[in-house]
Ligand binder design. Structure first.
Ligand code: SF4
Length: 474
């Protein structure tokens, strides 16, 4: 069986696209490889949101040239936003790339994989003769490789593209304007994922709450209400909404959904109205704050997280202080903070830039402030028992497990004695009872640690103890 290796850069949208590519590959007869040097087809799913992601993608293309040099039958494919933006340039800079597919061409990528599939049987002898010296670890992270826990979380794409044209963002230029998926197709995929064992469904869109059913005009609140009625749905969440698209009606509907995770990622970007105008964000700090209040009224325990950009062109010390002051109010449970980076082809790229040293210094202050708030949010969990869905082994310590609470806090706990180390196995007992009850003992900026006390098959069920009681024979 030929195999495909997928490496993903960037946002959840790209991760969802990589899952789609893995599924198309599987239905075309491929297995998904955990290492590039084991694969017949190597796919880089790229991103252009930051300059560093772009440079890294070109670095990886050059890296993978060694694989093609040692075995010309290997196919190298570049997909995603960089492929869309740099199609011509990429052919010059990386002529060894076999095929380039933009963000709207994933179906064609699936067709191409099916067309190549027959070729790989003939090339196997050549592949097996590949110089072992060249079977070196290439780094990076394999995506689409299934383990016992991967089916517990399902990401369902509801929309592609964006029509808002924020002046710093490349997305509308490379992914195009809104393209909303019909409600029937979304709900059918949700049902499939639940049938395959998903405990948590994440609806994914670049501006997810702007979704509209192309046929009937139903809005995002209607969509979530429909998804919540699907039998067997345990938890529901979504990424990433735009602050301006949360109407009172949509929030009323969300507040009435029992399975909704108490977390909403609400990208603020900056708290100065002058900067928000320059960013073309279409809201003011006051209207953003009204959305925060409305969310809290409907979902009292909701963890609100955000994205913040420091050093946007024209940002004065006063503008920055407004963002710092808002963060210090403790609004956000967590935040992704970025230093503004130029994106070719966007309006802000042509504007006078904030000096790098100034942006760096502001970034440090903002990070310190948000880290304090995040740590305080995590501190409040110490001494409590939280229910969290298993992700898998802790990346830093294989004797521990990682899980995520419904408010998206990372929890690390020692593996219980009856936990078996075979996460690739489909019927892993902990994948059948994946909700862990963890007594939280310590808090950090990154999350919390604790001891697993119980586990449950369903979120709403009571837990059974993680270890069998000792039977005394005396
Ligand atoms: S809302 Fe703005 S930042 Fe978000 S994807 Fe659209 S253009 Fe980009």
């Amino acid at each position: 069986m030929p195999s495909v290796y997928i490496e993903t850069f960037g946002c959840q949208m790209n991760e969802a696209d990589s899952r789609y590519i893995a599924e198309r590959a599987a239905s075309a007869g491929y297995s998904v490889a955990a290492a590039a040097e084991e694969a017949n087809v190597v796919i880089l799913n790229t991103c252009t949101v930051r300059d560093s992601a772009e440079r890294r993608a070109y670095g990886r293309m050059n890296h993978f040239k060694a694989l093609k040099d040692s075995d010309p039958s290997v196919r190298l494919v570049v997909a995603g936003c960089l492929a869309e933006q740099d199609r011509r340039l990429m052919r010059e800079r990386a002529p060894h790339v076999d095929a380039i597919f933009g963000t709207a061409e994933l179906a064609q990528l699936g067709d191409q994989l099916a067309a190549w599939e027959a070729d790989f049987g003939e090339s196997r002898a050549q592949r097996d003769a590949r110089d072992d010296m060249l079977r070196f670890a290439l780094g990076g992270r394999a995506d689409g490789v299934a383990d016992a826990f991967s089916r517990l979380r399902a990401f369902v794409t509801v929309q592609r593209g964006c029509s808002y044209y924020c002046t710093f963002c490349i997305v509308p230029h490379v992914r195009g304007r809104f393209d909303h998926r019909p409600r029937g197709a979304i709900v059918a995929e949700v049902r499939d994922r639940i049938a395959q064992g998903a405990r948590e469904i994440t609806l994914v869109g670049q501006t997810v709450n702007a979704w509209r059913d192309p046929a009937g005009g139903a809005d995002f609140g209607d969509l979530c209400a429909t998804v919540a009625r699907q039998p067997g749905l345990e938890r529901l969440t979504f990424i990433s909404p735009h602050p301006k698209d949360f109407t009172e009606k949509v929030l009323d509907q969300l507040g009435a959904i029992a399975q909704l995770n108490p977390r909403i990622h609400l990208p603020l970007q900056a708290a100065s109205d002058a900067i928000l105008r320059r960013m073309n964000r279409k809201y003011t700090l006051a209207s953003f704050d009204r959305v925060v209040t409305s969310i809290r009224r409907r979902i009292p325990e909701c963890a609100i997280t955000t994205d913040l950009i420091v050093g946007f062109p024209g940002e004065t010390e006063e503008d920055f202080e407004a963002t710092l002051e808002y963060v210090n109010r403790g609004v956000f449970a967590n935040a992704f903070t970025f230093i503004y980076s130029i994106r070719r082809g966007t309006p802000a790229a042509r504007w006078e830039q904030v000096p790098r040293t100034v942006a760096l210094e502001r970034f440090g202050r903002l990070l310190d402030a948000q880290n304090r708030v995040t740590r305080a949010y995590h501190d409040r969990k110490v001494g409590r028992i939280v229910r969290a869905l298993i992700v898998g082994d802790s990346k830093k310590d294989a004797s521990r497990l990682t899980a995520k609470t419904v408010d998206n806090v990372t929890i690390v706990a020692r593996k219980p004695p009856d936990y078996s180390d075979s996460p690739a196995c489909d019927d892993h007992p902990y994948a059948r009872t994946p909700w862990l009850d963890v007594a939280i003992e310590s808090a950090h900026v990154w999350g919390c640690t604790g001891t697993a006390l119980g586990r449950a098959e369903r979120f709403a069920q009571s837990a059974r103890a993680v270890t069998q009681p000792t039977i005394s024979l005396i």
